[in-house]
Design a protein around this ligand. Structure first.
Ligand code: GAR
Length: 198
C-alpha cells in the first residue's frame, strides 16, 4: 500500500477529503503521517481524532534548508511515498524538492498560472475573471509553478464574495486532489516538457 504524507497549516478539509476517498475505497493508499508547521492547526486535531499519526514540526529559528531537512527526516521515518501539500502555507525549498522528485503535489485555489501565491480567490475576484478554479500540480522550486496534473473551473457569479467563491472552488479541490493522487501513485502519467499526459 502506498503511503501518503499530508502537510497542512489550517482547517484541513483537503486532508479530510483525501482520508474520505481512502475510507470509501476510491483511493488506494494510506495516510502514514499528517504534519503541520503550526501546533494549533485544526487539521492536526482532526487527524488525531481519526486515529492518524499527526505531528507538529515547528520551524522557528530554522532556515528554509534546515526546515526542509527536518521535514525530510520525518517523512522518511514514516516511509512516505508521496507528499501531499493540503493548505500548507510555508514555502518548500530545493532541498525538499530534490529529496522527493516528482513526489510532492500541491493544491492551489486558482487556475494556474493565474493568481499564484496568497489569497488566490481574492485575486481572482479583484481581477474580475468570469471563471475561477483550482489546480493540482507537481511542486518544483518555484511558487505554484510545477507541471499541472488536474484543473477544474467554476463560474464566478456577479454577487460572489471571497467566501462564496472559495466554497465553490473547494468542492472541486476535494474531487480533483484525490484523482491526481491516484494518477501519480499508479504512475499512469508521463511528462512531456511541462505537459502531464494521463
Ligand atoms: C485550500 O483552498 C487550498 O487550495 C489553499 O488553502 C486552502 C486550504 O484549505 N492552498 C493554498 O492557497 C496554497 N497556496 P483546507 O485546509 O481546508 O484544505
Amino acid at each position: 500500500m502506498k503511503r501518503l504524507g499530508v502537510l497542512l497549516s489550517g482547517r484541513g478539509s483537503n486532508f479530510e477529503a483525501i482520508a474520505r476517498h481512502i475510507d470509501n475505497g476510491q483511493l488506494e493508499a494510506e495516510i502514514a503521517v499528517v504534519i503541520s508547521n503550526l501546533a494549533d492547526a485544526p487539521g492536526l486535531a482532526t487527524a488525531r481524532s481519526l486515529g492518524l499519526k499527526a505531528l507538529w514540526v515547528g520551524g522557528k529559528g530554522l532556515s528554509r534548508d534546515q526546515y526542509d531537512q527536518r521535514l525530510i527526516e520525518v517523512l522518511q521515518e514514516h516511509q512516505v511515498d508521496l507528499v501531499c501539500l493540503a493548505g500548507f502555507m510555508r514555502l518548500l525549498g530545493p532541498v525538499m524538492v530534490q529529496a522527493f522528485p516528482e513526489r510532492i503535489l500541491n493544491i492551489h485555489p486558482s487556475l494556474l498560472p493565474a493568481f499564484p501565491g496568497l489569497h488566490a480567490q481574492r485575486q481572482a475576484l479583484e481581477h474580475g475573471v468570469k471563471f475561477a478554479g483550482c489546480t493540482v500540480h507537481f511542486v518544483d522550486e518555484g511558487v505554484d509553478s510545477g507541471p499541472i496534473i488536474r484543473q477544474a473551473a467554476v463560474p464566478v457569479r456577479d454577487h460572489d464574495t471571497e467566501a462564496t467563491l472559495s466554497a465553490r472552488i473547494l468542492q472541486q479541490e476535494h474531487r480533483i486532489y484525490a484523482e491526481a493522487i491516484a494518477l501519480v501513485l499508479n504512475e499512469e502519467y508521463r511528462i512531456e516538457n511541462r505537459r502531464v499526459i494521463g
